[in-house]
Ligand binder design. Structure first.
Ligand code: PMP
Length: 399
């Protein structure tokens, strides 16, 4: 029956994790997947998450009933406040609808499914972007075009190219934006650039779709990392936000996130929520509860929230420290090129500028796993292996 089925290539990102696992070298490094590691290269479950989790497990008043289609109501409110702020006028006016989602990916998928049904327009995505964006958009039945984002010559944000390409989009197009800590480039817009972009969106009636997978990882400040979303919301845009708690709470496997739609008024919001439920129901019926319960407790209990903040800043500080360590080591070894971008880029990743051939040398000769586009996850670098990495980069660059 299925003899004609062709063997599919492994996922480019998750495939590097498998290759790393299978490698028996003691020097191996995993710089592929964007998941936090401590200075011993070990996964780091947040202590506050462990604490809350044991409270949940021991609380026998919590049952295992189905959640509603749109998830846990308390979670939705807390997630909404985290991204839009407690004082958001749009939230207070009841114009924002929120549904718990299967992490950021699930939120993106229900978002594009909803748009395909009710706002079928062309989508614009940054070049480059997180690879899964392309497939999610296509699978939802929409088409995408790319806008310039990255200037490989000086490894910086190509804001003029971005602005020009977006200005040429058909009025009403959907534009996918990374709210902060752009993946893979680690390059974000300044506040002034966001304002200029908002003016263009107003003029051309573009629809903003914000993907927020790294709130807390760009500047270390949850509010500053929500700047772009809050700016566009305050300016009165109708927009979508997809939110993930995978990275900022370390809840990768719990698949907890949220989908938000800001509507023009309360009446439209209520109708859209009813339709969103019809999108979700045949896909997975209703979401799992565990991650939502963990996130809700952390977001709503001030003491737990503070513990979370402390751990989040520790984690983001380690990443920044590793940026400095890598750059210093590359400079010390006199590796040809300018490595300033390693410290100026932000978030979990660095877009190193290494060519696919240089990446192959790192992978095949040094057992250092990274994406072929030169993206490295800073989380896989430690005080112990940074020297090995810099020396390997030197060899790849000079050979
Ligand atoms: N958007 C971006 C830009 C991402 O980098 C990721 C994770 N790599 C996601 C969304 C979704 O992540 P998750 O489904 O694990 O929340």
């Amino acid at each position: 029956l299925f003899e004609q089925v062709q063997l599919a290539p492994p996922d480019p990102i998750l495939g590097t994790a498998l290759a790393y696992k299978a490698d028996t070298s003691k020097d191996k490094m995993n710089l592929g997947v964007g998941a936090y590691r401590d200075d011993n290269e070990k996964p780091y479950p947040f202590k506050v998450v462990r604490k809350v989790e044991s409270q949940i497990v021991n609380d026998h008043s919590i049952d295992k009933e189905y959640l509603p289609i749109d998830g846990l109501a308390q979670f939705n409110t807390a997630a909404q406040q985290l991204i839009f702020s407690k004082d958001s006028a749009a939230v207070k006016e009841g114009r924002v609808i929120t549904s718990q989602a299967i992490s950021g990916t699930g939120a993106l998928r229900i978002g594009f499914e909803f748009l395909a049904k009710f706002y079928n327009r062309e989508v614009l995505v940054s070049n480059p972007t997180w690879g899964n964006h392309h497939d999610i958009i296509k699978c939802s039945g929409l088409n995408f075009k790319q806008y310039r984002y990255y200037n490989p010559k000086n490894m910086s944000l190509d804001f003029n190219g971005m602005f020009t390409d977006i200005s040429m989009a058909k009025p009403g197009s959907i534009v996918l934006l990374h709210a902060c800590a752009h993946n893979p480039t680690g390059l974000d817009l300044t506040e002034d650039q966001w304002k200029r972009l908002a003016g263009l969106f107003k003029q051309n009636r573009l629809f903003p779709f914000f993907d927020s997978a790294y709130q807390g990882f760009a500047t270390g400040d949850l509010n500053r990392d929500a700047y772009s979303i809050r700016l566009f919301t305050e300016l009165g845009f109708q927009l979508i936000v997809t939110q993930s708690f995978a990275k900022n709470m370390g809840l990768y496997s719990d698949r907890i996130g949220a989908f938000h739609l800001v509507c023009a008024n309360k009446e439209t919001a209520a109708k859209c929520l009813s339709q969103l439920k019809l999108v979700i129901r045949p896909m997975y019926s209703n979401p799992p509860a565990h991650g939502a319960r963990i996130a809700t407790k952390i977001l709503t209990d001030p003491a737990l929230y503070n513990e979370w903040m402390e751990e989040l800043s520790m984690v983001s500080k380690r990443i920044i420290d590793m940026r400095t360590a890598l750059k210093n080591e590359l400079v010390r070894l006199e590796v040809p090129g300018n490595w300033n971008h390693i410290v100026t880029q932000i978030g979990m990743f660095s877009y190193t500028g290494l060519t696919p051939e240089q990446c192959d040398i790192l992978i095949n000769k040094y057992h250092i796993y990274l994406l072929k586009n030169g993206r490295i996850s800073m989380c896989g670098i430690t005080t112990k292996n940074v020297g090995y990495l810099a020396a390997a980069i030197k060899d790849a660059v000079v050979s």
